[in-house]
Each structure stands twice: as structure tokens, then as C-alpha cells.
Design a protein around this ligand. Structure first.
Ligand SMILES: [Zn+2]
Length: 152
């Protein structure tokens, strides 16, 4: 299935191609301090692919903390975090925040909680390599940006 999502002001939008033979989308409410304050709940699948489009590059920022191995992609206009990436051996892996799915009620989400706080870095990276989305494209404009769209 194909899932469209975006941040609240639509500066960051994405299309997630989810393996069609799966009838649930498992997601994890991460218990780290950052994800708790954002209420984020992530999903990923090694056979999924993610294509991200960013309208205004200046209003996209990356936040890192803790082990600094993950890039939290934050819309600096509306504050949402639609996805997170991690680069391992030159390859970009991603997880998507299901709270930013368009029409979230339409998808068979199955939420659990996860606490990865005690994982060491090598275990963490190995887990991401195995479970995160390995096909990721991020389109950031290099041209002067279009004026931001009005939020309704
Ligand atoms: Zn936004």
C-alpha cells in the first residue's frame, strides 16, 4: 500500500510504499525523552521505501541528541517530526512517524512501546540496519524557495 503523509504545514511531505502483503502496520511509541514530548510513534520495514519532498529547505532542520547516530528531521515552521534517518556504512535508513500519516485512521496500525535506552551503539546500528527502511530518497530544493503555503 502507498501511504501519503506530511508535517502539519506540509513543508515536509512523503510517500511511504508499504509491502502490500502485510495487513498490519506495526508502530512503536519510542520512550526516549525527545519522542515522548513529540508523541511520536514510528514504523519501518526492510521492504518498504520512502520518498520525501521538502518545499522550503530553510525550514527543514535536523536535530541530534544522545548517541547522535540518528537525524530527527524537524519542520522548523510547524515543529513536526515526520521521519528519522540514520546513515550506516554510506547507506541511509529511515523510520516514519505514523502520527504524520495523512488520514491516519485509514491504516491498520498496531502500536507497541519500545525502550532502546540501554542499547549500546553497535547493537543499535545493527538493529536499524535490519529493520529500518533501506530505500530512502530525500528531495531538498537547492533553488530559491517558493513562498510557504498557507495552512487552512
Ligand atoms: Zn511543517
Amino acid at each position: 500500500m502507498s501511504i501519503q503523509g506530511q508535517c502539519h504545514c506540509r513543508n515536509i511531505s512523503y510517500q511511504l510504499e508499504w509491502p502490500h502483503n502485510l495487513d498490519v502496520i506495526p508502530c512503536r511509541a519510542c520512550s526516549c525523552s525527545f519522542c515522548t514530548v513529540h508523541g511520536a510513534s514510528y514504523t519501518s520495514h526492510p521492504k518498504a521505501s520512502l520518498s520525501v519532498g521538502i518545499r522550503v529547505a530553510e525550514e527543514h532542520s535536523i536535530y541530534r541528541f544522545g548517541t547522535e547516530t540518528a537525524d530527527f528531521h524537524v519542520c522548523s515552521r510547524c515543529g513536526c517530526v515526520p521521519f528519522v534517518t540514520c546513515e550506516i556504512d554510506g547507506q541511509v535508513y529511515a523510520v516514519v512517524n505514523t502520527k504524520t500519516f495523512g488520514s491516519i485512521e485509514n491504516y491498520p496500525l498496531e502500536e507497541s512501546t519500545a525502550d532502546f535506552g540501554n542499547e549500546d551503539v553497535s547493537v543499535r546500528l545493527a538493529r536499524r540496519k535490519k529493520f529500518w527502511i533501506p530505500n530512502v530518497s530525500i528531495d531538498i530544493p537547492t533553488q530559491p524557495s517558493a513562498p510557504p503555503r498557507t495552512v487552512e
